[in-house]
Write a protein that binds this ligand. Structure first.
Ligand code: PEP
Ligand code: CO
Length: 420
C-alpha cells in the first residue's frame, strides 16, 4: 500500500514542534480516544475538525502565539488495555482493543482479533486524511470563516457566545490589517492551515508495514501518520516500542505517567532523541490531578538539567478517570482543568515552557465527562454516552477548556488569579 504521509510533511511538523520546544509556539494535540469503523462519515470528521479549529482560534488569539494543531485522527484505532479480558454477563471475553484489532460487540466472534482489520483501518485512515486535507486546504479552515466553526448547539451556550465575541474581534483585526494596506487575499496562511495526524503507535505489525525509506533523505519514516506516540503501558526503555521508535525519524511523543522516574525520563530522552533535536520528542505528562504537583517538577528539572529539548505537553485526561455510581467511566471537567493548572504552575516554577495540551474530545453533544460551565451531572451521563473507550469532552466543554487554557497562557507566573 502507498504511504499515507510524506516524509517531508513529518519534517515540517518536527520543525513546527521545534518552535514549541523553544517556547515560541503552543501544541494543541487532540481528538478521539479511539476512532470507530461504525462511525465513519464526513459529518463526524468535519465536526472534529471544527472543534479543533475553534479551540486553536481561541488559543492563538488568546495566547497570541502560533498553535501547532495535531489531531488524534486518521489512524487512532488501537487501544492498550489494563486487562486482557473482561467479563460480560456470564462470559469471559477478550477485551476490546480498538477496531484495528477486534470489534467492540461483546461476543466471542467479534472479540477475536482479525488481521484484515489492519487493511480496513488503513483505508479509513486514507479517506479521513483525504477529507482533512480537502477541508484544511480548500476553504473550510479559512480564517475569514471563523464564525462558521461555531456549531448550533454550541453557539447558544455561554462559551459559544464568548467564542462569537472573539470571532468578531478577529474579523475586526483582519479588517484593520486590510485597511493598513495588507493584501489579505494573497496571504495563503489566512486561507489554509496545517492539521497534522497522529495516533498511538501500539500495533507494531501495522506500523512496520507502513515504515518506508524516504527517497530524499534515505531515512526511515513511519508513514501511517505525521506523528506517533508511545503509550504509558509500552514505554519501557528495553521494550519493542522504544526500539521501533528509535528507528524512525518522525516527530514522536511518549506518555509519562505517575510511576515514571527522572531516570526513566532521561533514558527515554537519550534513546529517542540522542541528537537533541528540538521538536523530535514530546513528553506527554498524564499524572492525574492528585500526583501532578509532586511528580512532575523533578521530571521537568531532570530533562532540563540534561539539556534535552523536550516539548512538554499535559494530558489531563488519562490520570483522571473514575467509575461513576452508574458504573460508567467518566472524568470531571474540574479535575482536567486543575491538572492543566498544576502543569502550568510546575513548568513556570522550573522555568520550562508549558508546551501544550493533549485532549480527548468529540464534536458531538455527548455526556461522557461531568462538569463544565453548563454542567453535565453524574446522573446525566447515560443520556448520550457514546464512546467506545474513554469518556471525551463534548464540543462545549472543549471550547470552555480552550478559554481557560488561553487565560493560563497569558499569566506571567503560570497561575490564574491568586492561586498559590
Ligand atoms: C490514550 O491516549 O488513549 C491512552 C491510552 O493513554 P495512556 O497510554 O496515557 O494511558
Ligand atoms: Co484514551
Amino acid at each position: 500500500m502507498p504511504p499515507l504521509v510524506f516524509a517531508g510533511e513529518a519534517r515540517k511538523l518536527q520543525s513546527a514542534l521545534g518552535e514549541v520546544a523553544e517556547g515560541r509556539a503552543f501544541l494543541l494535540h487532540a481528538g478521539d480516544c479511539v476512532e470507530s469503523f461504525h462511525e465513519f462519515n464526513a459529518v463526524n470528521i468535519r465536526e472534529k475538525l471544527r472543534i479543533l479549529l475553534q479551540m486553536a482560534a481561541v488559543l492563538t488569539y488568546g495566547g497570541t502565539l502560533p498553535v501547532v494543531k495535531v489531531g488524534r485522527i486518521a489512524g487512532q484505532f488501537a487501544k492498550p488495555r489494563s486487562a486482557a479480558t473482561e467479563t460480560v454477563g456470564e462470559l469471559e471475553l477478550p477485551s476490546f482493543f480498538g477496531h484495528l484489532i477486534n470489534d467492540d460487540t461483546p461476543t466471542v466472534e467479534a472479540r477475536t482479533p482479525d488481521p484484515s482489520r489492519m487493511v480496513r483501518a488503513y483505508h479509513q485512515s486514507a479517506a479521513t486524511l483525504n477529507l482533512l486535507r480537502a477541508f484544511t486546504k480548500g476553504g473550510f479552515a479559512d480564517i475569514t470563516r471563523v464564525h462558521e466553526w461555531n456549531q448550533e448547539f454550541v453557539a447558544s451556550s455561554p462559551e459559544g457566545q464568548r467564542y462569537e465575541a472573539l470571532a468578531v474581534e478577529i474579523e475586526r483585526a483582519l479588517r484593520f490589517m486590510a485597511a493598513c494596506g495588507i493584501d489579505l487575499e494573497s496571504e495563503q496562511r489566512l486561507h489554509q492551515v496545517d492539521v497534522w495526524t497522529s495516533h498511538e503507535g501500539l500495533v507494531l505489525d501495522y506500523e512496520e508495514g507502513l515504515a518506508r525509506r524516504d527517497s530524499l533523505s534515505h531515512d526511515w519514516y513511519a508513514c501511517s501518520a505525521h506523528m506517533l506516540w508511545i503509550g504509558e503501558r509500552t514505554r519501557e526503555s528495553l521494550g519493542a516500542h522504544v526500539e521501533f521508535f528509535r528507528g524512525i525519524e518522525n516527530p514522536i511523543g511518549c506518555k509519562i505517567g505517575p510511576t515514571a522516574t527522572s531516570e526513566d525520563v532521561l533514558a527515554l530522552c537519550e534513546l529517542l532523541n540522542p541528537e537533541q533535536i528540538p521538536g523530535r520528542l514530546t513528553l506527554i505528562a498524564r499524572m492525574g490531578v492528585d500526583h501532578a504537583g509532586d511528580k512532575l517538577p523533578p521530571l521537568l528539572a531532570a530533562a532540563k538539567d540534561g539539556s534535552h529539548p523536550v516539548v512538554w505537553a499535559c494530558d489531563p485526561m488519562h490520570g483522571n478517570i473514575f467509575k461513576s455510581e452508574s458504573g460508567l467511566k467518566t472524568r470531571s471537567f474540574d479535575a482536567i482543568l486543575a491538572e492543566i493548572e498544576t502543569f502550568f504552575a510546575a513548568c513556570h516554577d522550573q522555568s520550562v515552557w508549558p508546551g501544550g495540551v493533549h485532549l480527548e474530545f468529540t464534536g458531538e453533544d455527548v455526556t461522557e465527562c461531568i462538569g463544565g460551565s453548563e454542567a453535565v451531572r453524574e446522573d446525566e451521563l447515560n443520556l448520550r454516552y457514546m464512546t467506545l473507550c474513554d469518556p471525551r469532552l463534548n464540543a462545549r466543554q472543549s471550547l470552555d477548556l480552550a478559554f481557560r487554557v488561553a487565560e493560563l497562557m497569558r499569566q506571567p507566573n503560570g497561575r490564574v488569579g491568586n492561586a498559590a
